[in-house]
Design a protein around this ligand. Sequence first.
Ligand SMILES: Cc1cc2nc3c(=O)[nH]c(=O)nc-3n(C[C@H](O)[C@H](O)[C@H](O)COP(=O)(O)OP(=O)(O)OC[C@H]3O[C@@H](n4cnc5c(N)ncnc54)[C@H](O)[C@@H]3O)c2cc1C
Length: 414
Amino acid sequence: MGHYSALAVAREAFRDHRGWQRAWKSPEPRRRYDVVIVGAGGHGLATAYHLGRNHGITNVAILEKGWLGGGNTGRNTTIIRSNYLQDASAAIYEKARALYETLSQDLNYNVMFSPRGVMMLAQTEHEVRGYRRTAHANALQGVETEFIEPGRVKELCPIIEVRGPRYPVLGALWQPRGGTARHDAVAWGYARRCSEMGMDIIQKCEVTGIRTSGGEVKGVVTTRGDVDCGKLGIVVAGHSGHLAEMAGFRLPVESVALQALVSEPVKPCMDVVVMANTVHGYMSQSDKGEMVIGGGADGFVNYTQRGSFSHIEETVRALVETFPMISRLKMLRHWGGIVDMTGDRSPILSRTPVGNLFINCGWGTGGFKAIPGSGWGFAELMAKGESPLCAAFGLDRFREGRFIDESVAAGVAH
Ligand SMILES: Cc1cc2nc3c(=O)[nH]c(=O)nc-3n(C[C@H](O)[C@H](O)[C@H](O)COP(=O)(O)OP(=O)(O)OC[C@H]3O[C@@H](n4cnc5c(N)ncnc54)[C@H](O)[C@@H]3O)c2cc1C
């Protein structure tokens, strides 16, 4: 597969761009693979990539019922940060954030990582205390964050009204190397490298059953025939419960719709990401000029992959006091994705009751930022049977009461 470079772009410009190869192949499924990954979202593709790159396992198929990146990976608002409270979370999210720094070079694909800085506004005294505590925890964990005063908030983001009548801005938790990346490009970049390593990415191939024998996984039933495997990884976000049921166990996960919207494009007015957890909304500006706006998840279990009018009203109402300028913007589009929420708002990266079957899910409203770290850790877990990055995120924690409570860090969907 050709190397993307400025020289390659110049060369192709002289021959009407006819020399580009397909970024990934579309093969027919084979009868057997060493490893099958279900779900070609960011986490499934990153897992496959690291299986090949870190562990030399390339006889891998990634099976996707729709198109790659068409789940939550291609629907999220792309915020990347690692300012979590608990040590296990900070470790995996910071590993991911650090990998994002060089992901474009590693994949030879421009994922447009933009470390423009993320701030989480403190709009109550309770939040001030909470974020000061997180800043201290982050200092101990080696995650670079600081608590900043309202004047600095205004300096970094002039369109914020810091003296709001109901919720004045009292400060913020600031992570200067947080930011955004282009979500589709992350999926496409991993897919291209996986295909280059000889892995099969098979789209429009739904897994409808899981075959086991003697307590071990043997393969999957798909809409394109049976596929045998040595190891199976389930990485299907909001559909994790269904896949677990196929394998005969239950997950402590609820699936709900999470929605977002973008405004019409406007001139550059905001070059940081702002989250306002008390009022429950967040905003950034895309490279195209659209204001990217998100809020909370639906309050009831559902599988509706689209936006709703009540949600737009709720989210915009939440943000308009802090960002008065959005009251005049027109909405361009809105959408939804099905996210998988655990009780402690932390993910599951785990072995399962079925031998050689592993599960990666529960990223809920905030898994885009974790994709490179999750892929790194989950590939290690699948290859070696254990991984320091994943150790705390096992399924057992729900039975043993070892919760990794991140309800504050994940207080607003992001
Ligand atoms: C509106 C919205 C905003 C968000 N904002 C952010 C944010 O700003 N920052 C952040 O970090 N996170 C955010 N998230 C969360 C983030 O998008 C997800 O946590 C992450 O993308 C999950 O990736 P994934 O690879 O696990 O799942 P997905 O990308 O959903 O991939 C799972 C894939 O599995 C496939 N699949 C399902 N069932 C089957 C089957 N039976 N057979 C074969 N394939 C199957 C699906 O089609 C899908 O493509 C947001 C999510 C939403 C919906």
